[in-house]
Write a protein that binds this ligand. Sequence first.
Ligand SMILES: C[S@@+](CC[C@H](N)C(=O)[O-])C[C@H]1O[C@@H](n2cnc3c(N)ncnc32)[C@H](O)[C@@H]1O
Length: 273
Amino acid sequence: MQQEHVGIDYSAIHRIDSPANRLLRRDVWEPGNDLGQQSFATVRYFDDLAARLGIGAGDSVLDVGSGTGGPAIHIASTTGCRMTGVEITEVGVEVSERLAREAGLDDRVSFVQADGMSMPFEDGSFDIAISMNVMNVFEDKVALFREVRRLLKPGGRWAFLSGTFAFDEGDAEVRMRMQRGYAIPQYTDTLESYKAKLMEAGFVIDEVVEYISDFRVQMDRWRTAWIRHRDAIALEQGAEQTDHHIDYFTCYLEMIDAGKASNHLVISTRPED
Ligand SMILES: C[S@@+](CC[C@H](N)C(=O)[O-])C[C@H]1O[C@@H](n2cnc3c(N)ncnc32)[C@H](O)[C@@H]1O
């Protein structure tokens, strides 16, 4: 299978039941807030996203980069929609399928191992496409957005939640540290460049919402938890990468506090032909 767009190898992080991941997740999430999400997003962001899109029982929804499936399963459970997650790692799909079975939703929630740049579905297969905290792994966003457009019915809606960054020339070092901590090149965008790329790919932008307050709180908790459980994580993910990842959280928080990083929900529509 083609892996070139995978970015960080999430496989170690996706083993959510491993000893280190259990310790981390117990520290990071308030009771009821751990959906198995692989991000800083809280339940209220997922619920708000579903409400703004008006996702309902008749809808067929695509989730690009579904991780370990928690957010997709939660949205399917609360809205009654049919959900298809696309995830590049094998372990992510395995964990997602298990969580869907445990939730009793495997009749209308499914997961496919594939690259978001080339998804194995017919044109016009979905009413709605969503993606949560995945966009920065894609180098060519216009091509990704065109692939999503292909899969949407005319009039279908596309919503993604993504970190947005406005680095300037003095931020070369912090960019390098963030990239190193994430173990991959990060193809970050400003909110304005996201909008331009959506329009280039044929979408009309409906709404932009800044989601940063909970996100920052959760990021700080991840950082604290990674520091506290550093040795347990190092056993699973390697000491050097663990320390780089802690530094990634530190840099990200500094960028948020400097007003150079945020997190946005961007909702757009594929116009009728
Ligand atoms: C930050 S995680 C977010 C996962 C999930 N959306 C969530 O909110 O829990 C990013 C996910 O994107 C996946 N990913 C990376 N590159 C991808 C690609 N080219 N196609 C599909 N998924 C990809 C990663 O394996 C990871 O599961």
